[in-house]
Design a protein around this ligand. Structure first.
Ligand code: NDP
Length: 458
């Protein structure tokens, strides 16, 4: 059986990719187990770091090809794909440096003994990746796993496996032994579940929807496997009247429309202080109208199509729900016609807290803009969500910025910036946005077990 990949920008056939069978999943996990107990374990930490650095180098050498693959497969603008490939190289390089720096401790304990701890690899790790940031998210999970001496069985999203397959080839070219970095293609419900259920898998790192994340957690419970989850979001963007207005408008657009809004960190709920609400809403609608939508391979393109026609239809249902529940469609909400699954950037005004478009993750280029009275009101509105992944605060008052940053229930928040991911810092969500942190040195906790050893010297 094979999966047909359709190019989102054209609606035409891109290629076909094999769907793994249950037998092939077992072979991949067995290879990961063999490599974990055998060749990979024999590689000393300094050499392990060198291999990961070499992989980072090969990613950079092949950046143009990887970026083209990502743009054609996902439909994202080529400039963004290039940045994400660059990020993947940086992530492998960062964790390459950790292989011989993260270890155990000697612990002051009983006088008659020596108490020490080791940080040991966990075993073969299942890595499940969504379609919105394939190579970036693959690197966030694989690099720390490999750095700590684990092996990997990676399942990319069925629709976007191309950079993962190429990465597996580059890993071999870098000298990483066979069986250490395995890629298995196919659907989540068949291949993903088979990997997760396999008894040799000791850790599951999942990024995707909250609903599937809950299922992953349930499946992991059977064998008490470790789980980390990066899930959905509905992040707030809090705009105070004293902000740098033009920058706040530009960022409100880019942090909601990046990757056509198919971003777990998208600031899709925009809250604006009452006194500047009308002016801000008008400027935002103008900004959304000026976004250059088009061919992902064109350097000037700012926004590409949605991943599939089916996903565009799903997003359109939210647009319909917004209208029927009484919000005002200020711009967008339509297909521009022609080839590809494009949807125009969409702003809803007059939204209410209980509307579907305010509560649910739309995962498309759709925002709501709502007014708030004061700081307390802003924090309350921001926290009125089952998610807590990212967010932004726009103000020139540093005291208020810090108060609000501490009060918003979220894993990440930026002040006067639309950024969410810094590879050196922990990234992840609270509430239904996830469990555990990726990136930074904190990610290494997922991929190591502490072992305590006591020697009696009395
Ligand atoms: P899904 O949850 O549908 O899929 C994510 C991955 O899980 C895919 O590889 C999918 O495979 C696989 N999968 C699906 N069902 C199962 C299953 N039963 N067992 C094991 N694996 C399974 O999410 P989307 O692909 O739709 O991605 C979008 C979601 O990801 C959004 O909610 C978004 O917010 C979230 N996300 C979160 C991020 C974060 O860091 N917090 C970052 C990026 C996205 P397949 O698709 O091949 O069936």
């Amino acid at each position: 059986m094979a999966t047909t990949l359709i190019e989102p920008a054209t609606g035409e056939l891109l290629t076909t990719v094999k769907q793994a069978t249950a037998e092939e999943v077992s072979r991949a996990v067995a290879a990961a187990q063999r490599a974990f107990e055998g060749e990979w374990r024999k590689v000393n930490t300094r050499d392990r770091g060198r291999l990961l650095s070499r992989l980072a180098h090969l990613i950079r050498e092949n950046a143009d090809e990887l970026a083209q693959l990502e743009s054609r497969n996902v439909g994202k603008p080529i400039r963004d794909s290039r940045d994400e490939v660059g990020l993947a190289a940086n992530v492998f390089e960062y964790y390459a440096g950790a292989t011989n720096k993260v270890g155990g401790q000697t612990i002051p304990g009983a006088a008659s003994g020596v108490l020490m701890s080791f940080r040991e690899a966990v075993g073969p790790c299942a890595i499940i990746v969504p379609w919105n940031f394939p190579i970036a998210i693959t690197s966030w999970k694989s690099a720390p796993a490999l750095a700590m001496g684990n092996t990997v069985v990676l399942k990319p999203a069925e629709q976007t496996p191309l950079t993962a397959i190429r990465l597996a080839e580059l890993a071999l070219e870098a000298g990483i032994p066979e069986g250490v970095f395995n890629v298995v293609t196919g659907s989540g419900s068949v291949v993903g579940e088979a990997i997760i259920r396999h008894p040799s898998i000791r850790k599951i790192a999942f990024t995707g929807s909250t609903e599937v994340g809950m299922n992953v957690m349930r499946l992991a419970a059977g064998d008490i496997k470790r789980v980390s989850l990066e899930l959905g979001g509905k992040s707030p963007n809090l705009i105070f009247a004293d902000c740098d207005f033009d920058r706040a408008v530009d960022s409100a657009a880019s942090s909601a429309l990046g990757n056509a809004g198919q971003d777990c960190c998208a600031r899709s709920r925009i809250f604006v202080e009452q006194s500047i609400y009308d002016r801000f809403a008008k400027a935002l609608v103008e900004k959304f109208g000026s976004i250059k939508m088009g061919d992902p391979l064109d350097e000037a393109t700012e926004m590409g199509p949605l991943i599939t026609e089916a996903h565009r239809e799903r997003v359109m249902k939210y647009v319909d729900a917004g209208r029927s529940e009484g919000a005002t469609l200020a711009c967008g909400g339509s297909s521009p016609g022609g080839r590809g699954s494009y949807l125009t950037p969409t702003v809803f005004l007059d939204a209410k807290a209980d509307m579907t478009i305010v509560r649910e993750e739309i995962f498309g280029p759709v925002v709501t803009v709502m007014p708030f009275r004061d700081e307390t009101d802003a924090v309350m509105m921001a926290n009125d969500s089952m998610y807590g992944l990212s967010g932004s605060i726009w103000t020139r008052d540093i005291g208020r910025a810090m108060r609000v940053a501490r009060a918003v229930q979220t894993g990440n928040i930026s002040i006067n910036s639309g950024s969410s991911v810094h590879l050196e810092a922990p990234f992840g969500g609270v509430k239904r946005s996830g469990l555990g942190r990726e990136l930074g040195l904190q990610a290494l906790d997922h991929y190591t077990e502490w072992k305590t050893v006591y020697i009696d010297v009395g």
